[in-house]
Design a protein around this ligand. Structure first.
Ligand SMILES: [Zn+2]
Length: 51
């Protein structure tokens, strides 16, 4: 699982989304204005110690 940090190109909102599958990124929309014009500014990999 990864945490993507997005920045909305329309309103400038930055928000984080938990991503379980890469295609899920395509469905993310800005929680503020609903735009899908988003830029990925950070990706954090979360590794479970239990695999
Ligand atoms: Zn927005």
């Amino acid at each position: 699982m990864q945490i993507y940090t997005f920045k909305c190109s329309s309103c400038g909102e930055e928000f984080e989304v938990e991503i379980y599958a890469s295609l899920q990124v395509l469905e993310v929309k800005c929680p503020e204005c609903g735009s899908d014009d988003l830029e990925v500014i950070n990706i954090v990999n979360l590794c479970s110690p239990f695999g």
